[in-house]
Design a protein around this ligand. Structure first.
Ligand code: ZN
Length: 365
C-alpha cells in the first residue's frame, strides 16, 4: 500500500477512536514527515473470553488492546451435563468476572466461548462436546439470548491457536500449526496469517487422522486414530495393565498417569516403553502435518507438558526422519508451550476480538 493510503486509513481508525498516537515513543529523524507511533486504544471496548472445560470454567476480561484486566473461575462437577446447566455455570462465572471489574454486561462488546469438541464456528452450533449430554444445539444463539451480548464460539484448539496468533509466538508468522495434547489431540492451523477452519468450520481433527489400519479403538468409534495412541485415555488404558502388579487397579485416571510417569522416571521399562511408543505415534502425526502443510513452526501445547517423554529429542528426531527432506531448507521448527486454563481463556478473548475485527472489516458494525 502507498504511504498516502495508509495515512488515510489510519486517520479513519483514529477518528473512530480505535487507534491512538503514542506521545511516549521515541521518534527518529528521517527524511519527509516524521513517523508517528500508533497503538490500539485500550478503552475502545472490552471483551470476555471464557474457556469451558470439564472440571473448571475460566473467564478473562481484556481491553481492546488485549491486555488482561480481571479473571474469574468456577469449579464444577466432572459429569457430562445438559447445555442449560453449562450455560447457567457460564453465566455464573461471567457475573463474577464483571462484578470484580465493576462492569455491566452492556459494557462488553463480545464474549468468546470455547470448549472441547466439534463446534461449528460459522453457524454457531455445537455439534458434539465431551462436556455435554446433548448434541447439535444452537450454542451461540442460546448464549446470546441468555447473556444479551454478542457471542462467538469455537473449539479449544482453535482458541490456543488464536492466542498464539494474536499474542504469542505466531504473531510474526504467516503459516504455523498448533498441536494440543490434552484429554484428546487437537490442532489449529494458521495459513497466510488467518486461522483455517475448513469448509465445515469445525477445525482440524488431527487426533482422528488414522495412523494404523484396524488399530486401537478410539473414543470417536473408529479405529486406528492418532488419539487412540497418545491421548490421556490411551496412556491410562496401557498403564492400567502395566501397573497392575502395583495393585492400583482402582486408581483414578489422573493418579494412574502420574504413577506411570513416576515409574518411567524411576527407570521402569514397561512404563518407559508406553511413553516411547506414544511418542513415536506423536512423531508420525507431526510428520504428517509437516508433509501436508509445511508450516514454518509447530507449537505443541497442553497441560500435559510435564510428560516430557512425549516431547523429547527422540520424538522430534523421529518426526524429521518421517518428513520429506526439503533440500536446502532448515528443519521444521518445533516449540513446546505449557498452557494453563487462563491462557486458553486468553485465546477465547482473542476469538472475541477477532470477531469484532472481522465484523468491522465486513461492515457489519
Ligand atoms: Zn477417533
Amino acid at each position: 500500500m502507498s504511504p498516502a493510503s495508509i495515512t488515510a486509513l489510519v486517520g479513519e481508525l483514529l477518528d473512530l477512536g480505535l487507534l491512538q498516537e503514542r506521545a511516549d515513543a521515541s521518534r527518529t529523524t528521517t527524511r519527509g514527515r516524521p513517523p508517528v507511533a500508533l497503538s490500539v486504544q485500550p478503552d475502545a471496548g472490552y471483551v470476555v473470553g471464557i474457556k469451558l472445560s470439564r472440571m473448571r470454567h475460566t473467564a478473562l476480561l481484556v481491553d481492546a488492546a488485549g491486555q488482561p484486566l480481571a479473571e474469574a473461575s468456577l469449579a464444577c462437577s466432572d459429569r457430562r451435563r445438559s447445555l442449560d446447566q453449562i450455560l447457567s455455570e457460564t453465566e455464573k462465572v461471567l457475573d463474577t468476572l464483571l462484578g470484580r471489574a465493576g462492569l455491566q454486561r452492556g459494557d462488553i462488546a463480545c464474549i468468546g466461548l470455547g470448549m472441547p469438541g466439534m463446534i461449528d464456528h460459522a453457524a454457531g452450533r455445537l455439534v458434539w462436546s465431551p462436556l455435554l449430554t446433548e448434541r447439535d444445539r444452537p450454542l451461540r444463539s442460546l448464549a446470546e439470548d441468555l447473556f444479551g451480548v454478542p457471542v462467538a464460539v469455537d473449539n479449544d484448539a482453535n482458541l490456543v491457536t488464536l492466542a498464539e496468533l494474536w499474542f504469542g509466538k505466531g504473531r510474526a508468522m504467516a503459516d504455523f500449526a498448533v498441536v494440543t495434547i490434552e484429554q484428546g489431540v487437537g490442532m489449529g492451523l494458521v495459513l497466510n496469517h488467518r486461522l483455517y477452519r475448513g469448509a465445515g468450520s469445525l477445525g482440524m481433527e488431527l487426533g482422528h487422522t488414522k495412523v494404523q489400519l484396524d488399530g486401537a479403538l478410539c473414543k470417536c468409534g473408529q479405529r486406528g486414530c492418532l488419539e487412540a495412541y497418545i491421548a490421556d485415555y490411551a496412556l491410562v488404558r496401557e498403564a492400567s495393565t502395566a501397573l497392575d502388579a502395583s495393585g492400583s487397579g482402582s486408581t483414578a485416571d489422573e493418579a494412574m498417569l502420574e504413577q506411570l510417569f513416576e515409574q518411567a522416571k524411576a527407570g521402569n521399562d514397561a512404563a518407559r516403553v508406553i511413553f516411547r511408543r506414544a511418542g513415536r505415534f506423536l512423531a508420525l502425526g507431526l510428520a504428517n502435518v509437516v508433509n501436508l502443510f509445511d508450516p514454518s513452526l509447530i507449537i505443541i501445547a497442553g497441560e500435559r507438558m510435564q510428560y516430557d517423554y512425549l516431547y523429547e529429542d527422540d520424538v522430534i528426531g523421529e518426526m524429521h526422519r518421517l518428513s520429506l527432506n526439503r533440500t536446502g531448507r532448515a528443519p521444521q521448527q518445533i516449540e513446546t508451550h505449557a498452557w494453563g486454563d487462563l491462557m486458553w481463556a486468553r485465546g477465547a478473548a482473542a476469538l472475541a476480538l477477532s470477531e469484532i475485527a472481522d465484523a468491522m472489516a465486513e461492515g457489519r458494525t
